[in-house]
Design a binder for this molecule. Structure first.
Ligand code: PMP
Length: 435
């Protein structure tokens, strides 16, 4: 326990994951991590969606070893390399053609937050407008601009002077629809509300520089936006000439059953923000945007650690592997199987209000059924019970993380390479833990 003692004594009070996952990880392979005492766990947090191929996948290791053994550059300050060219081709070949042919790519700092900052700056520069539209329950990172876009007030309220001009729109969260209307009707009311808020002169909203949204809210509790609603957001932003920024930091690279989650809706964004899985385990982020927005001048968005070469090589290997092995479809199948099993647990116990998600991005909302349901039939959130279930899972060798507006959603984000057998084992552990 010396590792954990050091952590408690020396690390900042802001640390988060280590508080609820009190182990020191020594080894990792595939979906498993092993701690210093030799205990092995299923890792269904998987770098919060970063580990598309799991830990230490051979193709990722091979890509990294190739660099080291052949003395290829580890750092070039964004000056191009054959590795970077390959990566850009791989990404552009993965995009829908109509987007790829009008798209430009900008390498950003290593994190998702860096790319969100870049996207905000890009649309502000291009439109000359200052405000933004974001969504209730949305999560885009912890830096100043990204935090300003956060729909969850918790981490924001201690920080003065965030971007003032951000309007939060209702996200179509059918289990807790802000309009008290679930399903298609709730989603329709939400899109109508948003259209009127933006277009009606009495809506009070000055035309924003952009709208930033997730296709499936991740940290917000694995809430998938209905496809028709997404199509409506695309129509409205197009008609109003408001750039649509899709934050696919968590949903990108096969996680939801398509390479990019926007493909489910047959739309394309004006700006696509990617990080996590595109670096094949290593830190990397990019913004891919319509060339029409390319109005910032040379040097307008420089930075030392853009486009890390090792992450680029690991990312290329990962994207290739996902495509060659059709892991998008695999994620969809494994996701469906996991969701079925979780729904069984929901039916056989009395603490789960909702099981939802898309592909291998699944949320289980823990509720208090001892209290009364609201008009939609949804019970109050139960974060304490969610924590307890998380702990019971952990004690049985399954690492899961919580999310959602109240921390009452248990999130499943396993690597895309998860097998049918592993889905079964995880489902069994979860069932036992809930019971
Ligand atoms: N956007 C989304 C949708 C995310 O899920 C996250 C991270 N969970 C971020 C942005 C921020 O990325 P990072 O933590 O790398 O800054």
């Amino acid at each position: 326990t010396t590792y954990l003692d050091t952590q408690n004594q020396r690390e900042s009070n802001a640390r988060s994951y280590p508080r609820r996952i009190p182990i020191a990880i020594d080894k990792a392979e595939g979906i498993y991590v092993t701690d210093v005492e030799g205990n092995t766990y299923y890792d269904c947090l998987a770098g919060a969606g970063t580990l598309a191929l799991g830990h230490n996948h051979p193709v990722v290791i091979e890509a990294i070893e190739e660099i080291v053994h052949n003395k290829r550059p580890l750092h070039t300050l964004d000056i191009t390399t054959p590795m970077k060219e390959e990566f850009v081709s791989e990404i552009f070949d993965s995009l829908p053609e109509e987007f790829a042919k009008r798209a430009k790519i900008q390498f950003c700092g290593p994190t998702g937050s860096d790319a969100i900052e870049a996207a905000l700056k890009l649309v502000k520069t291009a439109t000359g407008r200052g405000g933004m539209l974001s969504f209730q329950g949305g999560y885009h990172g912890m830096t100043n601009g990204a935090l300003s876009m956060m729909g969850n007030i918790g981490p924001k309220q201690q920080v003065p002077n965030l971007m003032p001009d951000v309007q939060f729109m209702p996200y179509p969260y059918s289990y807790r629809c802000p309009f008290g209307l679930g399903g298609d009707l709730g989603s329709k009311v939400s899109s109508t509300y948003i259209e009127r808020a933006i277009t009606n002169p009495e809506g009070g909203i000055v035309k924003p520089a952009g709208m930033v949204m997730e296709m499936v809210q991740g940290e917000g509790g694995a809430v998938p936006a209905p496809i028709e609603w997404v199509q409506e957001m695309r129509r409205i932003t197009k008609e109003q000439d408001i750039p649509l920024i899709l934050d696919e930091v968590q949903t990108g690279i096969g996680r939801t059953g398509k390479m990019f989650a926007f493909e489910h809706a047959g739309i394309t964004p004006d700006v696509l923000v990617l990080s996590k899985a595109i670096g094949g385990t290593l830190p990397l982020s990019v913004v891919i945007h319509d060339e029409k927005l390319d109005k910032w001048g040379p040097g307008a968005h420089s930075g030392t650690f853009r486009g890390n070469q090792m992450a680029i090589a690991a990312g290329t290997a990962t994207i290739r592997y996902v495509k060659e092995n059709n892991l998008e479809e695999h994620a969809e199948n494994m996701g469906a199987q996991l969701m079925n099993r979780l729904k069984q647990t929901q039916a056989e116990t009395s603490s789960i209000g909702d099981v939802r998600g898309r592909g291998l991005m699944i949320g289980v909302e823990v509720v208090n059924m001892q209290q009364e349901a609201d008009t939609l039939g949804s019970y109050p959130e139960h974060p304490d019970l969610a924590k307890q279930i998380q702990k019971e899972c952990f004690n049985r060798g399954l690492i899961l993380e919580l999310g959602g507006r109240f921390g009452s959603v248990i999130r499943f984000l396993p690597p895309l390479i998860i097998t049918e057998e592993q889905v079964n084992e995880i489902s069994n552990i979860f069932h036992e833990a809930v019971r």
